[in-house]
Design a protein around this ligand. Structure first.
Ligand SMILES: [Zn+2]
Length: 231
């Protein structure tokens, strides 16, 4: 059997160190199921664990897609705020969920220091939330909340898509994340925007999902209101 993981060689854009980090072969990815906020569960290796690279020498951490996008100013910031305090650690081997949590936290730290796009930060926070969900930790909800804040800003001010998350999927996702945080009025607003957007007609599965989650949010909202009135 072919190994699911392989090594990728990277040259760090901060310290020029050459290091190896694992990735999952596309052919080895086995989808098991997906939650309504697109959180994916895999049979076997989870590509989400490996989508973030960490330089073992200087600590610089980012999504693979933006790892090389570094200006001279960014470099100074990372050296001063990350590398100077970095204790050498290698995340380039096989990762478990706890190591994945560590690298996503490092990526959020670096992303904030570099004022990275809110779309990217939102994606990091969303995935960190999912990692906590995998292990049943309620810190999930802190990071879903951060993801909402970032995605709302991205929706207003940044160019979309964010990776493969296009505008209509983002509108839907904002509904679903708010629903998960029991902010039903916001959730209903976003779902309403989603189902009334013409673009959703091109995505039948998303259309059905949006209507279903909208219905669930409306019912939960009524219940919540009812409970408040009975207090
Ligand atoms: Zn480095």
């Amino acid at each position: 059997m072919v190994e699911a993981l392989y090594d990728k060689e990277i040259c760090c854009s901060i310290c020029k160190n050459i290091f190896r980090t694992k990735k999952v072969r596309t052919s080895a990815v086995r989808l098991e199921k997906r939650d309504a906020d697109f959180c994916v569960y895999y049979n076997g290796e989870n590509p989400i664990y490996y989508a973030v690279f960490t330089c073992p020498n200087c600590g610089y951490t980012a999504f693979e897609s933006v790892f090389q996008e570094i200006s001279p100013k960014d470099k100074k910031v990372i050296i001063a705020k990350v590398s100077n305090r970095w204790v050498q650690r290698d995340f380039g081997k096989e990762r478990n969920v706890y190591q994945a949590i560590e690298v996503y936290k490092l990526a959020i730290l670096c992303g904030q220091l570099l004022n990275q796009k809110k779309g990217i930060l939102g994606m990091l926070c969303l995935r960190l939330g999912w990692l906590y969900r995998y292990i049943g930790e309620i810190r999930e909800f802190d990071f879903l909340k951060h993801a909402i804040d970032c995605f709302e800003e991205a929706f207003r001010y940044e160019r979309l898509p964010i990776g493969n998350l296009d505008e209509i999927s983002l509108i839907y996702l904002l509904g679903e994340l708010n629903r998960r945080l029991e902010k039903y009025d916001e959730a209903i607003d976003w779902f309403n925007k989603a189902v009334n957007n013409r673009a959703i007609k091109q995505k039948r599965k998303l259309d059905i999902l949006a209507r279903e989650q909208w219905r669930i949010a409306k019912e939960a909202y009524k219940k919540q209101k009812g409970a408040e009135q009975n207090e």
